[in-house]
Design a protein around this ligand. Structure first.
Ligand code: HEC
Length: 310
């Protein structure tokens, strides 16, 4: 006999219970397990980071500090570099030209292999267009700034290497071939002395770009403001002899600045008819000036002309 609260034991309880998947799933989502997994992943990432950081640091030690910019302009001895056209320099220039320039200017400096437009300069035939002329320093500046839309700058190439290419191009392709070369060496250009930063040297002309809209509009706005100021001065002068008609004109100039400017122009031209026409015009004038009686309008026009006399 079973006591109260005791569950009756099922008859088949002796049979082995089928393996329940539920407890296993519960174990897999255990917080400790998750923590261990995430910690493991973090350690892998940290190791990976440290490894590559180490490789990077090692690489940096081997290379020394990065030189991102060309040496300061002040340290370039242009005069010495312009003068040095030794065979060693020309040989170096030849190799550099082949590497950096030939793709666009052709292996012999007289073709346009990429069919660029405007074409890459033909060193054997064409004059240089930059406004420093045909001399080595002008070439150097072209390599420093680029030219036009398609000639890139070579600012990251060390100055001595740039001059090597310049001399190679000028001595090999231009000398004896290019009629413009004759004047090349008497460039009227002041080459900055060593230790002096070039100032005031003009840069190669870029093809004219359309004027930017913003400054244009600003200039127009400034011009309009100046005109409106002149109208103000004029009407203030006219108000020395005040009249209701004049007050109407001042209100008009205030509401429609363009009408004020036109009135001033007519007054300065002493054109009474034009003045009255503006005042009486339904679009240009104001209801007040349009409705002015003829006599008052004439007197007003005279006063306005008198005030416009400088
Ligand atoms: C990507 C093509 C390209 C490369 C590379 C290139 N150039 Fe040019 N270069 C041009 C083009 C195009 C022009 C003509 C630009 C123009 O007239 O608007 C030009 C013009 C010039 C000019 C004439 C500037 C003037 O005053 O008229 C010189 C000098 C010059 N290049 C030298 C070189 C040298 C030296 C190299 C190699 C370091 C070189 N270029 C590499 C395309 C190139």
């Amino acid at each position: 006999m079973s006591s109260h609260g005791e569950k009756p034991v099922p008859a088949h309880s002796a049979a082995p219970a089928p393996a329940a998947p539920a407890p296993a799933a519960a174990a897999a989502s255990h917080p400790v397990l998750w923590t261990v997994c995430l910690l493991g992943i973090s350690l892998v990432i940290a190791w990976w980071f440290a490894r590559w950081y180490g490789i990077g640091a090692e690489e940096a030690r081997r290379h020394g500090p990065l030189k991102l910019a060309a040496p300061a302009a002040a340290s370039i001895d242009h005069k010495a570099l312009v003068a040095d056209r030794s065979p060693a320099v020309l040989d170096r220039g030849r190799a550099l030209y082949k590497d950096k320039c030939a793709s666009c200017h052709g292996p012999e400096g007289d073709t346009n292999p990429l069919a660029m437009n405007p074409p890459a300069r033909n060193f054997k035939a064409e004059a240089m267009k930059n406004d420093l002329g045909q001399g080595p320093y002008a070439f150097y500046v072209v390599l420093d700034k680029g030219y036009g839309a398609n000639m890139p700058h070579f600012r990251t190439v060390p100055p001595a290497d740039r001059y090597a290419m310049v001399h190679f191009v000028r001595e090999t392709f231009m000398r004896g071939n290019n009629p413009a070369f004759a004047e090349a060496d008497d460039a009227k250009v002041v080459i900055p002395a060593a230790g002096v930063v070039a100032t005031g040297a003009k840069t190669p002309v870029k093809p004219a770009a359309p004027p930017p809209v913003r400054p244009l509009m600003a200039a127009m706005a400034a011009e309009a403001e100046a005109q409106i100021a002149r109208v103000e001065t004029w009407l203030t002068k006219a108000a020395a002899t005040p009249s209701p008609a004049l007050t109407a004109v001042r209100r008009l100039a205030n509401d429609k600045p363009a009408a004020g400017v036109r009135l001033l122009a007519a007054a300065e031209a002493k054109d009474q008819t034009a003045l009255i026409a503006i005042l009486a015009d339904a679009d240009l004038g104001s209801p007040e000036t349009v409705l002015l009686p003829g006599g008052e309008r004439d007197a007003l026009a005279k006063a306005l002309i008198a005030a416009a006399v400088r």
